[in-house]
Design a protein around this ligand. Structure first.
Ligand code: ACM
Length: 518
């Protein structure tokens, strides 16, 4: 009897919250957490104290608390009486972005060594505030990311979605602690960024999209690009533009055909001309403007799938002459020659050269080059990049091309044979299953890519992105060990999507938002 009473008492203490807790409803799940008794009541008046270097974070927090709860927090200079404290403090974990979030009944403290960590702590707190009715449990969270690069790519060439959609994606990236926005701005259907020196890239190259090739031009002006870059920076997100070359260049070639290297029957006007000296100056001038617009000092130059459309290179006398002069034996070498020259242009601007995994063939300085492994059926190409000491981003089609369908029953969207990218597969991705630990330091991180061939509407952007963006974020953060627990936490995020009119795929009830067919 005594024993039973003792057990009941112990049980009661546990459920009262001493030393026992399930996981906090945070995605990605923090690396370590514990819950104490009690809760912090969210009052109508909150005071925020911040150490000097965290002023921008404090403004962000203030604005978000107002947007989420309508509460007008003010700043206070007395640390002792503040409700929320942002302070600089050494962290046990030295990974960039490490932070501690400690919530007691009387105050909330976020500490980190730098503003990236403070921002991550704010992101965790904002999730708790968003989900809470009026009080937050007393969590102590010590957290840090596994991967420094947690990226999301959006293709706006195939179809154009516009700056409000981009800002919403950036909002959710920040919400889920993603920190690199890769913007695929040029490809065959449309050129989507204003270049002052070559205005027809936007006026003419921007005409049409994959569905309606004659639609009026759609592109971002340089002022709009600056606005997006600023918006992202407020959320600690770096924006990395992609200007694809030497293939995927049809839109550019419509505007300035004098730099076209032709194409093939299935991919007309697909390439820039590698044998025209002026092509290099033209593209370098474009990249100089891009460099001014994007403070990330990284530009992705594509380099993918050139063989789709370089048929005409075989019949071009100037290219034959160039091959002879440079001792190049095939068109693959011409491609490399072109990319090395363009990489040199980027290096001269003090930029890092980013490219798809086809470019792992080239030998370039590994401290200024990053390879994106995308061909999941070509693990050899990842291995080659690693063996050549390149830093890599992992974005294999399966499971990280999130324009692939996410459910067996879905009909619109891509598949790779029978393979596709269900939520669970995105969630479970583990670098350790793919890369030998001796290369750990070369794996900068992970990226989810949203290509837009099969996306005509913003609704479909949502449907493909949500909720997979959250599963991806957990994989990139490195706490993706329990899918059922993730699903539990995800359930508490669905009302956030509903409230925000996000047209998400509901994995618990497929009928909530039916698959948009375009
Ligand atoms: C790619 O999907 N062509 C990088």
């Amino acid at each position: 009897m005594k024993k039973t009473l003792l057990l009941v008492a112990l049980f009661t203490i546990c459920f009262a919250g001493i030393g026992f807790a399930s996981n906090p409803p945070i995605i990605p799940l923090p690396q370590s957490h514990s819950m104490a008794k009690g809760s912090f009541k969210i009052k109508d008046q909150l005071t925020i104290y911040f150490d000097d270097s965290f002023a921008n974070d404090a403004y962000y927090l203030q604005k978000q608390i107002f947007d989420i709860k309508g509460i007008t927090a003010s700043f206070g200079s007395d640390k002792n009486s503040a409700d929320i404290i942002l302070e600089q403090k050494s962290q046990k974990n030295k990974q960039e972005g490490a932070y501690t979030l400690a919530i007691s009944e009387s105050k909330i403290s976020i500490s980190s060594e730098n503003d990236l960590g403070i921002f991550n702590g704010i992101a965790s707190l904002l999730q708790l505030i968003t989900i809470a009715e009026s009080e937050i449990d007393c969590w102590t969270i010590e957290d840090y990311p596994l991967h420094g690069w947690r990226g999301f790519m959006l293709d706006e060439s195939r179809h154009f979605f516009g700056k409000e959609k981009v800002k919403q994606i950036l909002d959710y990236m920040a919400f889920y602690k993603l920190n690199r926005f890769h913007w695929h701005l040029t490809d065959d259907p449309g050129w989507r960024i204003e270049i002052k020196k070559y205005p027809h890239l936007a006026y003419t190259g921007g005409i049409g999209n994959m569905t309606y090739p004659n639609d009026p031009p759609q592109y971002y002006t340089q002022e709009e690009v600056k606005e997006i870059v600023r918006y992202a920076a407020e959320r600690k997100i770096e924006v990395i533009p992609e200007i694809d070359m030497p293939g995927h260049a049809r839109a550019a070639n419509r505007a300035y055909p004098e730099y076209s290297g032709g194409g093939s029957k299935s991919h007309p006007e697909f390439t820039f001309d590698p044998a025209n000296e002026d092509t290099y100056q033209y593209l370098t001038d474009i990249l100089k403007e891009i460099n001014v617009l994007f403070p990330s000092e990284m530009i992705h130059l594509g380099g993918d799938e050139v063989h789709f459309g370089n048929e005409q290179w075989k019949h071009n006398d100037k290219i034959k002459e160039l091959m002879e002069k440079e001792g190049m034996k095939d068109l693959a070498e011409v491609e490399k020659y072109f990319m090395v020259r363009m990489a040199d242009s980027l290096y001269a601007m003090n930029n890092t050269f980013l490219a798809w995994d086809e470019m792992a063939e080239i030998s370039l300085p590994t401290d200024k080059t990053i390879m994106f492994w995308w061909r999941h059926d070509r693990k050899d190409q990842l291995q080659k990049a690693l063996e050549k000491n390149y830093p890599v981003i992992l974005c294999p089609r399966i499971p990280f091309y999130i324009d692939f369908v996410q459910d067996e029953d879905h009909t619109t969207g891509r598949r790779w044979g029978k393979e596709y990218s269900p939520l669970e597969l995105v969630y479970e991705f583990n670098t350790k299953n793919l890369v030998d630990s001796k290369y750990d330091s070369q794996v900068l991180g992970l990226q989810a890519n949203l290509w837009a061939e099969t996306i005509q509407t913003k609704q479909r952007v949502d449907y493909l992105t949500f909720p997979r963006i959250s599963a991806f974020a957990e994989a990139a953060w490195g706490q993706n060990n329990d899918y059922d627990d993730y699903l539990n936490r995800l359930e508490s995020h669905l009302p956030i999507y509903r409230n925000d009119n996000v047209f998400f795929f509901n994995p618990f009830d497929h009928s909530e938002n039916p698959e948009p067919k375009k």
